[in-house]
Design a protein around this ligand. Structure first.
Ligand code: ATP
Length: 229
């Protein structure tokens, strides 16, 4: 479960990115995080992945309290959260297979686990047989599928995605969001930051609308409805 309680985040230059934000996301939910540019969405994602710590308030994710997590707990927490970015962030001089195996080795997986898990995950994201390709031998949509596979490879309970379709055309975007929906149906909690109203409106999911670093509205369904709820 994800729970933010009265979270404030002030960057070193004095920017107040979050101004007392509170929300909960239950295990197994699929939630869209929307809001204007600069409203604080990426800051929220970075708090959820442990890249940032809150200035005030409490961030709980999958049983870990991010305000007072110990150094030893951080890798354990990170294993529970898979992250996907707009720009894919694959390692260009490594094959698809090696991008995934690196992520598994980083958390101490055995050679046997790696060998059995990677083909399964590549199948799940629709990239059977593409393990030997390099990222630049794949389309943008395929590269994002590799990034999703990498986010899933250590079997996290939660996936957070920051504008995962920002670099893709509408058809590819719909495919990627449908894939995330399928992954959610298999039991993974999914949190997606997006600007794309048409995508939000296509999927009947809970929407949390952020504005000026607070929750402006929350509701199921259409972007506009949530914005004015
Ligand atoms: N590293 C940083 N240092 C200082 N200020 C920052 C930093 N990162 C973000 N900000 C500021 O914090 C506020 C929230 O930024 P954030 O990136 O969370 O917004 P966002 O909703 O994700 O925006 P976008 O939709 O444009 O990606 C903005 O005013 C931004 O300029």
């Amino acid at each position: 479960m994800i729970r933010m309680t009265n979270v404030e985040k002030t960057y070193e230059n004095g920017t107040h990115a979050l101004n007392g934000i509170s929300f909960e996301i239950q295990d197994g939910e699929f939630v869209f995080l929307v809001g204007p540019s600069g409203s604080g969405k990426s800051t929220i994602i970075k708090l959820l992945t442990g890249e940032l710590v809150p200035s005030r308030g409490r961030v709980m994710i999958n049983g870990f309290s991010m305000s007072n997590i110990t150094r030893r707990q951080i890798p354990l927490m990170r294993r529970t959260v898979g992250v996907i970015f707009q720009d894919f962030r694959l390692i260009g001089n490594k094959t698809v297979y090696d991008n995934l195996s690196l992520a598994m080795r980083a958390v101490g997986a055995s050679a046997r686990e790696i060998k059995s898990r990677i083909p399964y995950v590549l199948g799940l994201v629709g990239l059977d047989g593409k393990g030997r390709r390099f990222p630049d031998e794949l389309s943008g949509g395929e590269q994002q599928r590799v990034a999703i596979a990498r986010a899933l490879v250590n079997n996290p309970s939660t996936i957070v995605a920051d504008e995962p379709t920002g670099n893709l055309d509408p058809a590819r975007s719909l495919e990627i969001m449908t894939l995330l929906e399928r992954i959610n149906a298999l039991g993974t909690t999914v949190v997606v930051v997006t600007h794309e109203k048409s995508l939000v409106n296509h999927f009947d999911k809970r929407v949390i609308m952020i504005d000026h670093g607070v929750v402006a509205a929350t509701g199921v369904g259409r972007y506009e409805v949530a914005a004015h709820a």
